[in-house]
Design a protein around this ligand. Structure first.
Ligand SMILES: [Zn+2]
Length: 331
């Protein structure tokens, strides 16, 4: 008889044989930011998640650092929307101001990542510019036509404005073809060859993003995102997306969402020697919040989920539990 239970006999034995360990240094905390002062606005679809004004964000990040987390990613909740998302690259835009304030207060002790997309800044809520010739109707079934090349030029401008403000890593999430290359060229041409790019390389058109859209005010007014985000029935295509992002100059590649896509994370890890990030998204977080009957239960679930994402092969995990985990693991 093979007695695999021998090593499960005590906590000490189980710990000594454990193969996967969560590390706080690999966790990235997402933050939603908005204009105003003294704002710490709860997001109803995501208990424990808030939209912060600059003053409150600085206090919050102080706590984040104390919890042992040193990376964050910013999402702007903008009130200034138009058809092409021009406010996203304004020098005094929301994200640009936040990045400058964070860098002034925390310097290089904090890694600041910025999400680069149009959906939080366009009236229609899509991640790109809608083709001029395309007459938009209210119909949900109408296929949206996004102008790829026009969009990547705007993404390059947004990324450059974030780099100028001091962002360490820019993270294009719009799923336009050629977005990483356009951003790399724009950064290099303007003296920002040291700003890194984290590509949302394999970002699936997922039903797990619902709570995020409420948080970021980035819901679509019509149509869906299936003409640019990936079809969840495909995995070869995910590997092609990742491979292309690497060729275009990405420093980190990402799979999003994480929990229903552990196979993609595992394949990406097997195939590419590059830091791999996974986004443990809003729906994954909200499901646990709805199910867990106590903080202890939530903690155990969160640790199991995050460990499984790491075991699948993710090096970096973006998670709304990052700060909680830091606090839980310390106590
Ligand atoms: Zn977007």
């Amino acid at each position: 008889m093979y007695r695999l239970r021998r090593l499960r006999k005590s906590q000490a034995l189980r710990d000594s044989a454990a193969q996967t360990h969560l590390s706080l240094s690999n966790l990235v905390m997402p933050y939603f930011v908005r204009e105003g002062r003294k704002m710490r606005q709860p997001v109803s679809a995501m208990p424990g998640v808030f939209r912060f004004s600059q003053d409150e964000l600085l206090k919050e990040v102080e706590q984040l650092r104390r919890a042992g987390i040193s990376s964050l990613i910013l999402f702007g909740v903008s009130g200034e929307k138009d058809d092409s998302g021009a406010n996203a690259y304004s020098e005094n835009g929301l994200i640009q101001k936040m990045v400058r304030a964070l860098k002034k207060n925390f310097g290089d002790e904090l890694a600041v990542i910025t999400d680069v997309c149009l959906c939080g800044y366009t009236k229609h809520g899509h991640c790109g510019v809608i083709e001029k010739s395309h007459k938009v109707t209210k119909s949900q079934s109408r296929q949206i036509k996004i102008d790829n090349n026009k969009t990547i030029n705007i993404l390059a401008k947004i990324a450059l404005s974030h780099a100028r403000a001091g962002a360490d890593i820019v993270a294009p999430s719009s799923m336009m073809d050629g977005q990483v290359q356009a951003i790399r060229e724009g950064l290099d041409k303007n003296g920002f060859s040291q700003t890194a790019i984290m590509g949302y390389s394999a970002k699936f058109a997922s039903n797990f993003y619902g709570p995020f859209r409420e948080a970021a005010g980035s819901g679509m007014k019509f149509g869906n995102r299936k003409s640019y985000q990936m079809d969840f029935r495909n995995s070869d295509e995910a590997l092609r997306e990742i491979e292309l992002d690497i060729q275009e100059g990405a420093d980190i590649v990402m799979v999003k969402p994480a929990l229903a896509y552990l196979d993609i994370i595992a394949k990406a890890k097997e195939n590419f020697a590059i830091p791999l990030a996974a986004f443990n998204v809003s729906g994954e977080y909200a499901m646990v919040k709805a199910y867990a009957q106590s903080v202890e239960a939530e903690k155990e679930l969160a640790i199991e989920i995050l460990t499984s994402i790491k075991r699948a092969g993710a090096d970096i995990i973006i998670s709304y539990w990052a700060k909680d985990l830091g606090q839980w693991l310390k106590t």
